[in-house]
Design a protein around this ligand. Structure first.
Ligand SMILES: [Mn+2]
Length: 318
């Protein structure tokens, strides 16, 4: 199908589904943003592998202009880079593929947006991004710390240990990183302390409710200003009422409107890349979570576009 630049020329639901109806190509010349599907899971939450396709299927619903920023993202060259080849439960082979493909994107000067998959994939993405940006901060939205040492005795590359590995291998600097939205029952009373002792700033979901969005945003921006930042978004940071499509739901989470308010106020931050994780279509209801993930990715796209616009128009607003 021939797709017009004008979204009103043809029905947006026509054609083969790609992320946001963008062209599926591996050509990176002149590209601003490459969106990659990473259909991988270690096996403890079956269904995450279908997330990239579920997001593609609904992403035609997302229009081009951000209603908060009044910014039209069609000024950006965005591509659907396809899916990384992922082998079920075979993390070593799969992580090598993720690292290789994300490296290609980042080294071409293109911002990657990775659509998982379970949260274990972020380790491999960070390996790629760290090669180009060795001093990298992490902004993690999540119900869980994901800083546990291991599971089931000796499993060290799980979705619950991903940021422990990232710290150990110096892929991120925990002293300039933030975890937002933590909550739910814990393995022990020390779980949050483990993250803090690694160096992370921890903002629990309860604190978000207590101090309010503006204060949360100022804590995040104070910590991340002037740094290169990777944003990792675990969909379980949202309350299951807003995002039922996840396998480790935790009541008492953020509302979708709160997530949008936070993301829209991060335009001063210098992002090196983004991902979404733990969206599990087999738990979804009426595509609520799929549509939400697509709209969260749209906010990432807007943040990248606003920064590019500022860089291209340095005198504007002075
Ligand atoms: Mn997580």
């Amino acid at each position: 199908m021939r797709q017009s630049k004008n979204l009103k020329d043809t029905p947006r639901y026509c054609g083969i589904p790609t992320f946001f109806n963008k062209p599926h190509t591996r050509e990176l010349a002149g590209v601003d943003i490459a969106i990659l599907g990473i259909p991988f899971e270690m096996g403890s939450a079956p269904g995450n592998i279908h997330a990239p396709r579920a997001v593609r299927n609904v992403s035609w619903l997302v229009r081009s202009t951000n209603s908060y920023h009044l910014y039209d993202t069609s000024a950006l060259k965005i591509v659907d880079y396809g899916d990384v080849t992922a082998y079920p439960s075979q993390y070593e082979k799969t992580f090598a593929n993720i690292e290789e493909e994300v490296t290609e994107v980042v080294e071409a000067g293109v911002v990657p947006i990775c659509v998982g998959g379970d949260h274990s994939i972020t380790y491999a993405e960070l390996k790629a991004i760290n090669k180009v940006y060795p001093e990298l901060a992490l902004l993690q939205f999540d119900a869980h710390t994901d800083t546990h040492d291991s599971y089931f005795g000796d499993q060290r590359f799980t979705s619950g240990s991903v940021f422990r590995r990232a710290v150990e291998e110096k892929l991120i600097e925990p002293g300039i990183s933030v975890q937002v939205g933590l909550r739910g029952t814990l393995y022990s009373e020390n779980d949050y302390k483990v993250s803090e002792e690694l160096g992370f700033q921890v903002i629990t979901a309860e604190e978000v409710q207590e101090v309010g969005i503006e204060e949360v945003v100022s804590r995040i921006t104070d910590r991340l200003e002037g740094k290169k930042v990777f944003l990792s978004f675990d969909i379980d940071v949202l309350d299951p009422a807003f995002a039922p499509g996840t396998a480790r739901p935790e009541p008492g989470g953020l509302m979708s409107s709160e997530v949008f308010r936070i993301l829209r106020r991060l335009e001063g931050i210098d992002f090196a890349g983004f991902d979404t994780a733990e969206f599990n279509p087999s738990h979804d209801v009426g595509n609520i979570t799929a549509v939400l993930v697509a709209n969260i990715i749209f906010e990432f796209i807007s943040l990248i576009g606003l920064k590019k616009h500022r860089n291209d128009n340095p005198r504007e607003g002075v």
